[in-house]
Write a protein that binds this ligand. Structure first.
Ligand SMILES: [Zn+2]
Length: 423
């Protein structure tokens, strides 16, 4: 199989890319034509290494009415993602080798992007007994997390860290002190008060981040902290990294671009955990992206049905359907604004997540894996969730306009998404 992408921009240079058998054969003047060659006109487009989202919820098995692996993968490639790592808070929880293999089988059937299962740290995500991490890894799990809930018991977390470190496994921790967060539905502060809603303080996140840093530092074990949203959390991580603690972290497009002002009118589309915070926190998250404190941008893609999200601020589940807006939001907020370079965005959306998960990613060089996303950075578009491939239409970005549109997604050199086929 040969694919030729002609006249495309790579790091500011106009080139042709020839792909053969899933890898880049050449980048430069040479191109290919003829029978059996897929030719893409890259005029006006920029080629980027395919995005890797190391934090998504594909909902299968158990919640297929919210999303399934097929619709989730379709959403991923529509958003320019060539690989996603899916969280284990399914039903049943992904805590057995059988379920890890089931997810891989369903992903192979969907045949869109690469899917890397994340398995549970504790059995049933109950926080009582460690899962059989080694067996889960052998079945294909790339990392471990009880995401959705934290491992609240510090002794359990310590054991998980020591166990994982022995086998070189990656742990991802959802940082939330449940006793501090209890009862809250949105960020604590002025906007919550205006609506008369109980708030979740930054302390709930910061306290748990601090505990996790202490454990990682004392036991010298690597740990990845999920969806960091607070200024205090980012400062703790910045200081820990400076001391040489083996912590890494991620944040999400919604913490970069939005604040808790979005909850006005009891907007359940803006209900997410951790909650959208204040402008001060948003700016601190951007500063952390700029100075290297934040390693990755993930979507925390959390699709829900309309019925679920119509349940009111107290009952509506947390989460944003994020795969199909991530690139545009990040490009507009971070790159177009001049805050970071396009190359730094590739670190956050491709290279760093790949390194943390220990998987190969696309690279725009001879011999590189041909997981490639072609974007039109000049194109402006307005978010219309009804056009999402995801079953989850829940997004606070609806109706907002951004620059940067995904035009093609290639996985192993094969076109798995082409926007022109939608028009
Ligand atoms: Zn989480």
């Amino acid at each position: 199989m040969v694919t030729a992408i002609n006249n495309v921009s790579v790091k500011g240079k106009q080139v042709n890319i020839v792909i053969e058998d899933g890898r880049i054969r050449s980048i430069g003047k040479a191109t290919r034509t003829g029978k059996g060659v897929t030719v893409i006109d890259g005029t006006g487009l920029t080629a980027l290494p395919g995005f890797i989202d190391m934090h998504v919820h594909l909902r299968e098995p158990g919640f297929e009415y919210k999303e399934d692996i097929e619709s989730g993968c379709a959403a991923a490639v529509r958003g320019g993602f060539t690989a996603v790592a899916c969280m284990p808070n399914t039903k049943p929880v992904t805590d057995s080798p059988y379920l890890v293999k089931y997810i891989l089988m369903r992903a192979a059937q969907a045949d869109k992007c690469r899917v890397y299962p994340v398995a549970a740290i504790t059995q049933g995500e109950k926080g009582e007994q460690l899962s059989e991490m080694k067996k889960l890894k052998d079945a294909g799990a790339v990392a471990f997390s009880d995401d959705g809930v934290p491992v609240s018991d510090s002794r359990m977390m310590k054991n998980a860290l020591l166990y994982a470190a022995t086998f070189g496994l990656t742990l991802i921790e959802h940082c939330e002190d449940k006793s501090l967060a209890e009862g809250g539905v949105v960020n604590e502060g002025e906007n919550a008060n205006l609506l008369g809603l109980p708030g979740i303080s930054n302390a709930a996140e910061d306290a748990e981040i601090a505990r996790n840093i202490v454990l990682s530092e004392v036991y010298d074990a690597p740990l990845h902290l999920a969806h960091v949203s607070t200024r205090g959390g980012m400062q703790l991580i910045r200081e820990a990294k400076a001391r040489g603690v083996k912590v890494t972290c991620e944040t999400c497009p919604h913490y970069i671009a939005l604040t808790d002002a979005e909850i006005a009118g009891y907007n359940t589309a803006a209900k997410v955990n951790p909650p959208l915070r204040t402008e001060k926190d948003r700016l601190a998250v951007i500063a952390a992206i700029k100075d290297g404190t934040a390693d990755c941008i993930v979507t925390d893609h959390a699709p829900h049905s309309k019925e679920d999200k119509d349940g009111g601020m107290y009952d509506a589940p947390n989460g944003i359907s994020g795969l199909e807006t991530s690139y545009a939001v990040c490009y507009t907020t971070l790159v177009e604004s001049g805050t970071i370079t396009q190359e730094r965005l590739s670190e956050l959306m491709t290279y760093n997540p790949a390194a943390i998960l220990g998987v190969e990613c696309g690279r725009l060089e001879k011999g590189g894996l041909a997981d490639i996303t072609l974007v039109d950075n000049g194109a402006e578009w307005t978010v219309d969730p009804q056009k999402f491939a995801s079953k989850g239409k829940n997004t606070p970005f609806a109706g907002k306009t951004y620059k940067g549109r995904v035009e093609y997604t290639l996985v192993g050199g094969k076109v798995v998404y082409a926007r022109r086929e939608e028009i």
